[in-house]
Design a protein. Structure first.
Lengths: 296, 348
């Protein structure tokens, strides 16, 4: 029985971890391309989930078309945000940029509260609630789907960045903005594209998360746990972001179950932050990040 | 001629705290207004002034760390919470009097500041932001879940503050305690900024490697900035606890930390006057918002819980608009206004 519980915990952890990994991936995409750390990423995730909720419940669209329309809407919204709010701040001090994105997060969170209210909303379930039995452990279908969808998405991204022209120009910009610009890459378009892609990833994360939880305007706080994931993996590493997310997801689920009796309830909420503090003391550049060396 | 009298000719002139007789008179008038405030103001205004005072102290603390030293913290509310809860627990459970409670709240916060400061010796920028964010969430969690000590949601009720046989139970009287602390912290911060230590902190902010080369001990000054900043934050938190008389975990959340960063951005980074202006602005903002959203909520009672979203949006917008259009903050506007009148009719 203990093994089944462990299996269940790990699957749930991996599902949460996939969501963290996707949000962290959005962070990394924007950070690598534009050197801007987008604290509004969890709020973009929430906005995406809410938008598709409205499309499904109010406009009675089926799940998949609603999802696709949401992706288009979010691409437009985030591109506009990038052009209007973020672009004037490229190259400004870190604090200014961070605070603008935090302000943006506040605006989105407040708007969500104004439009949809603060009560929990039940997201229409695209999967049956019947759990799948796996080695005697009952596994939630939505969780399995989340893990698989994340894996698929990561493969798509890998191919996009490795072989497509747009993906290559984004990687070039991430490597060195000025050189990329001199080579004829439209850097402005890359900046906007990175925001658009990050918001697509965030929306997918939000919808996946909503399928096995519910919607509420403080969803973004769960999304903030992608930050420890990111730090764990290393700020500039895509692989690190994904592994970091999975590690955090599994660790907090295990801690929540096995350590609760010693450390009190709700310990899973801060496991991620405790891990990140320890990692910061031992390896300040994360598990996979490159150590920054400053030459004078 | 009209313009040259504003030029600084000697180092002595340059080092003066108040640059002109007009500034001196202005400051004295301002202090007089502050001193007599409870005599003519309504009770609610005095309460708002108390909250402003606490926020000014908190913002000064954050400005030493972020504005002067350039170490970004999203965990300022956690330090205030540590100070507030230390003071509250000592006051309610151990029955300590006010002054030792305030001081031990500040010292407790400073000790934690030193501990959090240690990893920052190797961290910069975003990594530091996430570390302080983690600290914020951990402190928030501990305050909420360590029920035997903090009584979680129920909150802790503090004893009536008293000092030398005087009771400071009402807002009118506690106002003077806050005013005294705020002025003291402001003067000390100004003093710090103009001393060798302050210049070392600014050097660390501007270019830490260059600072180390010219002989600034990075480790010492970074930790010092954390200790001083969190000491002040702890004091501010402890005063806040006494002011409210009952503290709960909600007062020291992540949003509060963002609010404090917003204060120093709106006010102006790294300046004492900026901290004061920013803190007062951010305290008065919700008053203005509730003047708008209050009637709205009573007109549409079904939507009342949603209208709380307005203040969240406005906070966000204020931060964004200031950073986009007025990165120097209110302090920058003040300086420009002053220059305009000083050099009139010339443009500069």
């Amino acid at each position: 029985m203990a093994l089944q519980i462990l299996l269940q915990l790990i699957v749930t952890g991996l599902a949460w971890g996939s969501v963290y990994a996707l949000i962290a991936l959005g962070f990394v995409l924007i950070f690598k391309a534009t050197d801007i750390f987008n604290f509004a990423q969890p709020e973009l995730m929430m906005l995406g989930a809410y938008l598709s909720f409205t499309l499904i419940t109010a406009l009675k669209l089926p799940f998949l078309p609603a999802f696709l329309v949401t992706l288009v809407l979010m691409t437009v919204i985030s591109s506009l945000l990038e052009m209007m709010v973020i672009r004037p701040l490229v190259g400004e001090p870190v604090l200014a940029v961070i605070m603008v994105t935090l302000g943006l997060a506040n605006v989105i969170r407040g708007m969500t509260g104004l439009i949809w209210g603060y009560e929990e909303l039940q997201f229409p379930k695209p999967f049956s609630a019947q759990p799948i039995m796996l080695f005697g452990a009952a596994i939630n279908q939505a969780e399995i789907f989340t893990i698989l969808a994340t894996a698929l998405l990561l493969v798509v991204f890998f191919i996009f960045f490795k072989y497509s022209r747009a993906g290559l120009s984004m990687r070039a910009t991430a490597e060195d903005t000025s050189t990329a610009f001199l080579m004829g890459i439209n850097v402005k378009r890359v900046f906007t594209a990175s925001w658009a892609i990050a918001s697509v990833v965030a929306t997918i994360a939000g919808v996946l998360l909503a399928t096995f939880t519910y919607l509420e305007p403080i969803m973004g706080h769960a999304g903030l746990k992608a930050l420890p994931a990111l730090i764990l993996g290393g700020m500039d590493s895509v692989v690190g972001a994904i592994l970091g997310g999975l590690i955090i997801g599994v660790a907090e689920n295990l801690a929540g179950f096995y350590l609760e009796q010693y450390l009190g309830g709700g310990i899973n909420e801060i496991t991620a932050y405790v891990i990140v503090l320890i990692v910061m003391m031992v390896r300040p550049y994360g598990l996979f990040g490159t150590k920054e060396i400053e030459r004078v | 001629m009209a313009v040259t009298r504003f030029c600084v000719r000697t180092y002595r002139q340059d080092l003066r705290i108040l640059s002109s007789p007009a500034a001196k008179i202005g400051l004295i008038l301002f202090l007089l207004v502050l001193l007599t405030l409870p005599l003519w103001a309504r009770k609610y205004l005095v309460f708002v002034a108390c909250i402003s005072g606490v926020s000014v102290i908190g913002a000064l603390g954050l400005n030493i760390l972020t504005g002067m030293t350039g170490l970004i913290s999203l965990g300022h509310a956690a330090f205030m919470g540590l100070g507030a809860y230390t003071a509250a627990i000592l006051s309610a459970k151990a029955g300590w009097p006010m002054v030792p409670c305030l001081l031990s709240g500040a010292v407790m916060s400073a000790v934690m500041g030193a501990i959090v400061g240690v990893p920052t010796l190797r961290l910069k920028g975003l990594y530091l932001v996430v570390t302080t964010l983690a600290f914020q969430f951990i402190v928030q969690h501990v305050i909420y879940h360590w029920e035997s000590l903090t009584q979680s949601d129920k909150g802790i009720k503090l004893a009536t503050p008293a000092f030398l046989g005087l009771e400071f139970g009402s807002y009118d009287s506690f106002y003077y305690v806050i005013l005294f602390c705020a002025v003291l912290v402001a003067v000390l911060t100004k003093n710090l900024a103009m001393s060798r230590t302050g210049r070392a902190l600014v050097a660390v902010r501007d270019r830490d490697i260059a600072a180390e080369i010219i002989g600034v001990n990075l480790a010492k000054y970074k930790i010092l900035a954390f200790v001083v900043s969190s000491f002040v934050a702890g004091l501010s938190g402890a005063l806040y606890a006494y002011l409210l008389g009952l503290i709960a975990p909600d007062h020291f959340t992540f949003n509060q930390s963002i609010l404090y960063v917003a204060m120093i951005i709106v006010g102006g980074m790294g300046t004492v006057l900026g901290s004061v202006l920013g803190a007062v602005f951010m305290v008065l903002l919700p008053e203005v918002i509730s003047a708008v959203s209050g009637p709205l909520a009573s007109a549409y009672p079904t939507l009342a819980p949603r209208i709380g979203g307005i203040s969240v949006v406005v906070y966000g917008l204020v931060i964004i608009l200031f950073l986009l259009f007025e990165p120097e903050g209110l302090f920058g506007i003040w300086i420009r206004l002053k220059r305009y009148f000083k050099t009139w009719p010339y443009t500069y």
